[in-house]
Design a protein around this ligand. Structure first.
Ligand SMILES: Cc1cc2nc3c(=O)[nH]c(=O)nc-3n(C[C@H](O)[C@H](O)[C@H](O)COP(=O)(O)OP(=O)(O)OC[C@H]3O[C@@H](n4cnc5c(N)ncnc54)[C@H](O)[C@@H]3O)c2cc1C
Length: 436
């Protein structure tokens, strides 16, 4: 791996997501050797993936080169590597580019899409955890519109113009809102030979409201916003199968012929092989950790972010799998690793919940902030400000800000390009999507 032996203890961080880079940034200033590993050479700002898949943003503006994080540190290294196995007895990890020993190992591998064992959805559906996947959705949506223009068969055209999303959490809601904006503002100008009334967007949710993790007020407002945009919402409905042509639900007669089915209904942890069975919690596939983010049964192995399951009275199922717990756990673990070196007492992690928000479309968002719940233009403005603030990299903030202004003023989405045709990429897509 070409990592020199150092007089400083070696901390290996697996994963350059929110948790991994929050930790790395704080540790790189210390007397430590920090090795950051990721299977991509960039950090992905996942909350804006849906804008890439609906042509609102270019992929580069939500990605950040991981080498930029370590470049100013004398004893900090980044390596592009897939971590395949942990050998805790030898304090060693096995990766796609070789083996590496560690003094402290931090697992920040995030999560993967959870299909709950439904093979038909995994085989035929689309989902969105990475930039390549978002680009594939973008290509698929645009290709289907192109196909619909030239299709004479009305049944086939209907399937091409039916967009079905499963899961009305923030991802599903934001995706449907953005597809609705494509239909309402882009299609009438770009595809004048298509009847926009033929385009249907269906959002399917198993529970009795949209945005289940948020307050009831936020759910009601988001429901109203989606309806205003023309999204058809099917609550208390479970997807049973997607065979590549038809989505079948548990409700009799409620099936959809569609060429675009997007699964946004579940995530589970993405653990690496090698730790004791007691360290990984079955259904969630997350590492069980104590209040210091130490993985059960190990003193020098930690897990932070989505992959860490820290259960307590307030969060019996662990913290929500969102960016803030990941960032805050990274920061707290940095403090604790420094304390470990000084043989000081460790500080338990306490989550500071800064609120939840989701945007539904232009001028439409909902926010739960402590006891305050509000929606509409101000919420949308706040949503934009917060996302710009947390977007990694100054260049990305500037590019995204100007893109949003351009889109807002012109009712436009500048990146509606089929750069990587969905069809010819199908094989790569399958390999890529199996991993995450
Ligand atoms: C579509 C979508 C929308 C979202 N919207 C929001 C939102 O609006 N607000 C919010 O707060 N949260 C949102 N989230 C959730 C948020 O993005 C995650 O909670 C957050 O990214 C978790 O950070 P993490 O560092 O734990 O993992 P990640 O950010 O997922 O990072 C994990 C990293 O580990 C790397 N990795 C994984 N396995 C390996 C391996 N074996 N070897 C090498 N590298 C590996 C991956 O490449 C990745 O870079 C969204 C997530 C998605 C998918």
């Amino acid at each position: 791996m070409n990592i020199p032996i150092s007089e400083n203890p070696r901390v290996v961080i697996v994963g350059g997501g929110f948790a991994g880079i929050s930790l790395a940034k704080h540790l790189l200033k210390e007397k430590l050797q920090v090795v950051l590993l990721d299977r991509n050479n960039y950090h992905t700002f996942q909350p804006l993936l849906y804008q890439v898949s609906t042509s609102g943003l270019e992929p580069d503006s939500i990605a950040y080169p991981l080498r930029k994080i370590t470049r100013h540190s004398k004893d900090g290294y980044f390596r592009l590597a897939e971590v395949q196995q942990i050998v805790p007895e030898e304090n060693l990890i096995k990766t796609s580019i070789g083996d590496l020993t560690y003094d402290y190992l931090v697992l920040a591998t995030g999560s993967k899409t959870n299909f709950f064992g439904n093979e038909s959805i995994e085989e035929h559906g689309m989902w969105m955890k990475t930039i390549p996947q978002a680009l594939n959705i973008r290509s698929l949506i645009l290709e289907n519109l192109e196909q619909a223009v030239i299709t004479e068969d009305p049944v086939k055209r209907k399937a091409l113009l039916n967009f079905v999303v499963a899961g009305a959490g923030p991802t599903g809601v934001e995706l449907c809102g953005a597809i609705a904006e494509v239909r309402n503002h882009i299609v009438p100008r770009d595809f004048r030979d298509l009847d926009t009334n033929e385009i249907q967007i269906h959002l399917i949710e198993g529970l009795d409201r949209v945005l289940p993790p948020m307050s009831e007020k936020a759910s009601e407002k988001a429901y109203k916003f989606l309806k205003e945009l023309g999204v058809e919402i099917h609550l208390n409905t479970m997807v049973q199968e997607y065979n590549g042509e038809t989505v079948t639900t548990n409700k009799e007669g409620l099936n959809f012929k569609t060429a675009t089915f997007i699964w946004a209904a579940g995530v589970a942890g993405a653990p690496v092989e090698g730790l004791n069975a007691s360290a990984v919690v079955d259904k969630a596939d997350r590492y069980e950790v104590n209040v210091f983010n130490q993985v059960t049964g190990y003193e020098n192995i930690f897990a932070i972010g989505d992959i860490a399951l820290m259960r307590n009275e307030k969060y019996p199922k662990g913290h929500p799998m969102v960016a803030q717990p990941a960032i805050q756990q990274g920061r707290n673990l940095a403090k604790n690793i420094k304390r470990l070196l000084k043989k000081e007492e460790l500080v338990p992690f306490e989550y500071n919940d800064k609120g939840t928000m989701a945007t539904v479309g232009r001028n439409k968002a909902v926010v739960d902030l402590g006891k305050m719940r509000f929606g509409g233009f101000f919420a949308w403005f706040l949503w934009m400000f917060i996302h710009l603030y947390f977007l990694v990299g100054f260049r990305n903030r500037i590019v995204t800000f100007f893109n949003w202004i351009y889109n807002y003023v012109n009712y436009d989405k500048a990146s509606r390009l089929i750069i990587r045709p969905f069809k010819s990429n199908k094989k790569n897509l399958e390999v890529d999507q199996k991993k995450v």
